[in-house]
Design a protein around this ligand. Structure first.
Ligand SMILES: [Fe+2]
Length: 164
């Protein structure tokens, strides 16, 4: 996931420097950033969050902002995807406000992941028992790394040549 965000930021930097941006790569990246969390991360994270809140309702305040971010992410992804699908089709450079929104979206994703690692994971570790960490809950491997078949993400993987 970080390799994808790095690749998007390289494209933003290229566009800012006046070089042509690879709109296809941005489209593949945005689809990945939409689908990977929706298919793998969020259902498992949210099952763990719900379990943690059931066990200790006082934790809800700590978990609520991240859950709100999960709800908000699809809308900005969809706006950006529409814009870059059109650019991939028609060519040309994105307007400045679209680039700014893309940069903000990537920054938000990074902040979200950091918050999960630093604030949310410790809460889950404190509240949940060993038995709560089922294999299913832990199976959140990134399809662009390790042994998971990248499936629909293969073209993106080829594109950014993530080392496996
Ligand atoms: Fe998340």
């Amino acid at each position: 996931m970080r390799a994808v965000m790095d690749a998007v930021e390289r494209e933003i930097a290229a566009a800012v420097a006046g070089r042509p941006l690879d709109a296809d790569l941005i489209v593949l990246s945005l689809r990945y950033l939409r689908d990977f969390p929706e298919w793998f991360h969020h259902p498992r994270e949210e099952a763990l969050f719900a379990l943690a809140i059931r066990k200790d309702p006082s934790r809800e305040a700590a978990l609520a902002p991240v859950m709100a971010e999960h709800d908000a992410q699809p809308a900005s992804n969809e706006r950006l995807l529409d814009a870059f699908e059109a650019l991939a089709e028609d060519g040309g450079q994105p307007p400045d406000d679209t680039l700014t929104e893309l940069r903000r979206y990537i920054e938000d994703q990074r902040r979200h992941m950091q918050r999960e690692n630093e604030e949310i994971f410790p809460v889950l570790l404190a509240v949940l028992d060993e038995a709560d960490w089922t294999f299913e809950a832990l199976d959140i491997a990134d399809p662009l790394h390790g042994t998971r078949d990248p499936g629909a993400f293969r073209p993106l993987l080829d594109r950014i040549a993530v080392r496996r």
